[in-house]
Structure formats: C-alpha cells, structure tokens
Ligand binder design. Structure first.
Ligand code: ATP
Ligand code: MG
Length: 416
C-alpha cells in the first residue's frame, strides 16, 4: 500500500498554491507599509523555551507539543507557535539595543498534537507579528490595525468580528484571581477534570476551556475588566477610543484569555462567526512580562498570530475571488529536431522578457504538442520549423480568438 500523509497534515498542491501566494503577497505589502521587517527563526527550539515562554500549565505545553530527544540527548520541540522563538531571538541577538520599537513579522509552520478536524491541524501555518519596546495602547492599535488592513484587502473584514478584553497585569490580576477562583470553586463539582486541575495551578485557563459545560459555568464569574488598575484601565480605554475614532468595530468579550500564559492587558481575537468551532482566524495581545521571563531585560511587547489555513478557508466560505494563477503566455511547437537549438534560444529570450514560455520536453509530435498547449491553456501558440527560422518570421495564434498574426520571431514577446 502507498504511504499516506500523516494525520492532521496536508499537502498544499500546485492547483491551490495561487491562493497562498495571493494571501502572502497582500500580507507582505501591508507589512511593508507598516514598516515591519521579516524574521525567520528555526522550526525547532529547546523544549525549555516553550515551557517557560508559553507556560507550563497551558494546553499547548501540556498536551500539544511535538517533543523528542535528539541524538545528543537534548530535549527538542517543534515550534507550536511563533512568539517564544522570536522573543528568544530578540534577546539572543541584542535587539533590545536597537532603536525602539522593533517591529517584526514572520510566516511560520507550527506543530501541535491536536485532534485533527476542519480548521485544526497538526501542522499549520501562521503569519505573525511582534512589536517590542512600546508599552502604550498605540502599539496595540498598530498591531490590530495591521490585521484589519490585511482583512480589508483580502475582502473579509466585514465578515469578521473583533473581540477584545483586558486581562490586567501582575499588579491588578491577583485580586481578581482570588474572586474568580472563589467563584469557580463553587462550581467545582460540574467542571471537567482538566479544569479541576486548572483551579489549582492556573484558574484563568478555565476561561480558555473548549468544553461547553465549563464555558457556561464561567458565565456568572467575576470579570477581569472590573478589577483593572489605573494604568491597565487607561490603556484599555485609550485603545477603545482609538478604535472608535478610526472606525474599527469591536465588542468586549470578557472570556478571552488566549491559549498562552504570557499575555497582559489587551488581548483580542478576530472571529468568523459563521463557524461554530475553530472560528478564531487571528488572536493576540500584549505580553509585557515575556522578554524578562525568557532572560532579557524588561521590554513591553505586543503581537498576534493569524492562521493561514483558517484565513483561506474563511475567504473561500465568503466566496472571495482569488486572482487566478497565471497560465502560459506562449507555447512554441517544434516541428523538427533541427530547430531545437533555435527554439530553446527563443524560449529563453521570452522568459528573460518575463513571459511564461513553454516548449516540448517529452518528444510529442507537432499535433500532440498543439493539443498539449491547448490543455495547459496557453494564451498564444506558434509553430516553428526550418523555413520560419530562415525567414525569422512566425505565425502567432491567439488561442482565444483564433486570430493569426505574422510576426518576427525576435518580437514574439511584444505580442503575447
Ligand atoms: P484555538 O483556540 O482555535 O485552539 P489558539 O488559541 O490555540 O486557537 P493561537 O495559539 O493564538 O491559537 O494561534 C494563532 C492562530 O493560529 C489561531 O487563531 C488560529 O487561526 C491558528 N491556529 C492555531 N492552532 C491551529 C491548528 N491546530 N490548526 C490550524 N490553525 C491553527
Ligand atoms: Mg489551540
């Protein structure tokens, strides 16, 4: 039996790659105007980075990481997300001595051992940004407005809901945690097993539980935004008023905590409501403590991750028209072996001129070459034989209209 692709992974085939290239092009364009610079970090890191960075009691670290010992006996993990690796690189490469803010973006493949289903894979791709060295709400606005601009250009902004929350800071969160824990203790008997454990090690994670029962149980619980200290409150208020002044629609969702432990203050999700589950296309927030936690000097930061598979699925469900993949501009039919070398020269010249040019590589006769040109949707075709080469003239056929034009072989690029 032929070997199959591992569960939860999939091939991105040539027949759909144009969608990815389109999305990546728009994202690159937007990042350029926002002056974010691309960073590429390794696919694997030492396991400890994620344990410390993402948080030991998160689902990601507890259940989802692909961790193994390499041949040197070191514990290695395939990255489950982008932020921890970028923070490590920021510290390791002394980026904190650069003029602030440092604005970075990345395209990464992530690995999570999850229950494979629509919109949830074991290998998925993310676009993400991280903005270091700015603590004010304008930096959060910078990140969120960049996502908004991407969604706008991709034609799905009005189909997505932006939900925001503030989860406070180490100063104001403890008071909330006491009240929240007290409340959840009273619901203990009905919580799922994992949440009973969470109640002890990391109660906030209960808000991130995917079980509908636990979800309902959190509904009457105290909410963090009622406990914000003055700084957190004015940060949140400032962000909301910038949204209002700039026509960014949002709703408050006091249940958002996000799946990583490192978040502080503003957190948010862009959600495609038409889906019941796996409906978060983009999620992020501020993580002012993470750089220090990973061994750097205290540096405020904010960022998000956007799932490209979910983004494309959402665009498909919204019937967004992707610009079609470019097809072959011109196919040159070779009528005889002796023309081969001249045809190759002509093909190379056409390609240098930016045309998508093709000719026979599998020794079809000229009739079958023509059929093949038709099949691959070549826009123009021309048949070249010895006679034509001697005169330097060929007949270029427009495959849409059927019109034929006599032109110089050296000028094919001008006409196709
Ligand atoms: P979810 O709540 O759906 O599990 P998450 O909180 O784990 O998401 P993040 O870690 O914030 O997600 O990742 C950022 C984005 O990456 C998500 O909003 C989503 O679009 C995408 N994403 C996360 N996990 C997967 C996955 N297993 N398969 C496909 N896309 C994913
Ligand atoms: Mg998850």
């Amino acid at each position: 039996m032929a070997i199959q692709v591992p569960k939860g992974t999939k091939d991105i085939l040539p027949s759909e790659i144009y969608k990815w290239q389109y999305v990546e092009k728009i994202i690159n364009d937007v990042c350029r105007t926002y002056n974010f610079k691309q960073i590429r970090t390794p696919v694997f890191e030492y396991t400890e980075l994620f344990q410390r960075g993402v948080g030991d009691s998160t689902d990601i670290v507890q259940k989802e990481m692909y961790t193994f010992n390499d041949k040197g006996g070191r514990s290695i993990t395939l990255r489950p997300e982008g932020t921890a690796g970028v923070v490590r690189s920021f510290i390791e490469n002394g980026m904190s001595s650069l003029p602030m803010p440092v604005k970075l973006f990345y395209f990464i493949t992530c690995y999570r051992y999850e229950k494979a289903q629509k919109g949830r894979y074991r290998e998925h791709n993310q676009f993400g940004i991280e903005l270091f060295g700015a603590s004010g709400y304008t930096a959060d606005m910078e990140a969120i407005s960049l996502a908004v601009e991407i969604f706008y250009r991709l034609g799905i902004l009005d189909k997505l809901k932006l939900n925001i929350n503030s989860i406070g800071c180490p100063k104001c969160r403890p008071a909330f945690m006491i009240k929240f824990k007290e409340y959840m203790e009273s619901k203990k008997d009905d919580l799922c097993e994992t949440c009973i454990e969470r109640l002890e090690n990391n109660p906030l994670r209960i808000l991130d539980c995917k079980s509908p029962v636990c979800n309902i149980l959190t509904k009457g619980a105290p909410v963090m935004i009622d406990f914000l200290c003055e700084e957190c409150d004015s940060h949140f208020e400032g962000l909301k008023s910038l949204f209002k002044d700039n026509g960014i629609d949002f709703a408050i969702d006091t249940g958002i905590v996000r799946g990583q432990d490192y978040y502080t203050r503003a957190v948010y999700e862009f959600v495609f409501d038409e889906w019941q589950t796996q409906n978060t296309v983009c999620g992020g927030g501020r993580y002012d403590g993470l750089v220090e936690l990973c061994g750097g000097s205290p540096t405020p930061a904010t960022g998000f991750g956007m799932g490209i598979e979910r983004l494309i699925l959402c665009m498909e469900d919204c019937n967004v028209l992707f610009p079609p993949a470019s097809s072959v501009d011109v196919y040159i039919v070779n009528e005889s072996k002796e023309c081969e070398s001249e045809i190759v020269k002509t093909i190379f010249a056409l390609r240098k001129a930016g045309k998508i040019a093709e000719y026979d590589l599998v020794e079809r006769n000229s009739k079958n070459q023509m059929r093949y040109a038709n099949k691959i949707g070549a826009r123009f075709t021309t048949v070249i034989n010895k006679d034509e080469l001697d005169k330097g003239i060929c007949s270029l056929k427009d495959m849409n209209s059927g019109e034929v034009k006599e032109i110089k072989i050296s000028e094919i690029a001008k006409y196709c």
